[in-house]
Design a protein around this ligand. Structure first.
Ligand code: FEO
Length: 392
């Protein structure tokens, strides 16, 4: 754990989970993660967000180090257990405390954490609460990334506590982010996995946050931002409609036919000046794939036929592509089959609905000269599409 006094009487506790490898049993965490909790000492003492239940005792130790003997309010910006999971223990240790949460959060906190309803006080969008010489302003931020999420702002200190928003799954010993490539990559990956499906909501929340001009952004995962423009500029780019001259190619190959097609296709794109990134789904990190989807203009899925449909790994990647809802403009499919099946239909039906599908290339068995010509044609069409968007 690393503790820092951000401003006089405002403490941040970054509780490391160095060894956590997966989040939601889905998202790989190559750099572990952290659960950040914040404490404000004033006439009313406030704890903002807690920690994953597995780290409750770390939070207790952090509060002891700061010398906390009373908590009046526990602000729950977000009901997911990695931030709210230690609230029940906090309520036991500080029985005079009450939970402040968004209007939609009360039911979730009751059902998931068994917090008694009489301990929860709902706060409204825009509501300001005086805690002494400071105040807290609560802002609804639905779908960042749950429907009940709120952001908490302390105007006197100009500190924003946005919970998941602007966070990163990055366990480091530094309290403040270094605004470097590592933090950028972690934050982008985090945005892709958590926030991207709600891009238009995030764009609205971003505008609201920018209007506050915070001096510090203190998320509940990863390092604290004391250079807010670093993360705000990055988010502005990610939520915009801008796409890059890049083709992402998630693929799987059983006997080398699809691999040969992907290899030829990738090199053809590169020769034309189009960025290309193949992801062999057998060994790829799904978080890296998600991150690459944030701004790529085109996605091409590669799959062989298995029994009557696509390889399950290709179907899984297509499903992720659909539910992550990136701003991708174009998609296509390349693949190989032995004797029949519904691979193409199943993949194209699962593609996001608002995407332009460019004619796929499917080979029978190992690709022949005509198939490589078709792949060259597909690369050419993608180049033209990108060129029309002014990307090349
Ligand atoms: Fe970090 Fe949605 O919880």
């Amino acid at each position: 754990m690393v503790i820092s006094e951000i401003k006089k009487g405002v403490y941040g506790m970054i509780i490391h989970d160095w060894d956590r490898k997966l989040f939601d049993e889905l998202i790989p965490l190559p750099d572990g993660t952290t659960y950040n909790s914040y404490f404000i000492r004033d006439e009313k003492n406030v704890l903002i967000d807690t920690a994953d239940p597995s780290k409750t005792m770390d939070l207790v130790r952090g509060l002891e180090k700061i010398g906390v003997d009373r908590i009046d309010y526990i602000v729950s910006n977000h009901s997911e257990q990695d931030h709210s999971g230690s609230i029940p223990e906090m309520l036991k240790r500080f029985p005079g405390s009450r939970v402040l949460a968004g209007e939609k959060a009360s039911g979730l906190l009751q059902s998931m954490l068994l917090i008694p309803p009489e301990k929860i006080e709902k706060v409204k969008n825009g509501q300001s609460l005086s805690i002494g010489r400071r105040s807290l302003v609560f802002m609804d931020a639905p779908w960042a990334h749950w429907p009940e999420t709120i952001l908490t702002y302390c105007p006197e200190e100009k500190i924003l506590f946005p919970c998941d928003l602007f966070g990163s799954h990055l366990a480091e010993s530094d309290f403040y982010g270094r605004s470097d490539g590592k933090l950028y990559a972690s934050a982008k990956r985090y945005y892709a996995e958590i926030m991207m499906p709600f891009r238009s909501n995030i764009a609205r929340h971003l505008e609201a946050v920018e209007a506050l001009s915070p001096e510090v952004i203190a998320p509940s995962h990863g390092p604290v931002h004391r250079n807010p423009s670093f993360i705000l500029d990055a988010y502005r780019d990610w939520v915009s409609d801008k796409v890059r001259n890049q083709v992402v190619i998630p693929y799987v190959s059983m006997h080398g036919s699809v691999a040969a097609m992907v290899d030829f296709f990738t090199n053809r794109l590169i020769d034309q000046g189009v960025g290309a990134k193949p992801f062999n789904l057998v060994s790829s990190d799904v978080g890296e794939l998600a991150s690459s989807l944030v701004d790529a203009a085109t996605v091409v899925i590669g799959s062989p036929m298995v029994l009557t449909g696509p390889h399950p790994a290709a179907l899984y990647a297509t499903y992720l592509f659909r539910i992550l809802r990136p701003k991708t403009r174009f998609a296509s499919v390349i693949g190989s089959f032995g004797w029949g099946g519904n691979m193409l239909k199943m993949i194209t039906e699962m593609l996001p609905g608002n995407i332009e599908v460019i004619e796929p290339v499917i080979a029978k068995g190992y690709p022949l000269e005509k198939d490589f010509e078709s792949l060259a044609g597909l690369a050419g069409k993608i180049f033209e599409k990108h060129e029309k968007l002014g990307l090349t």
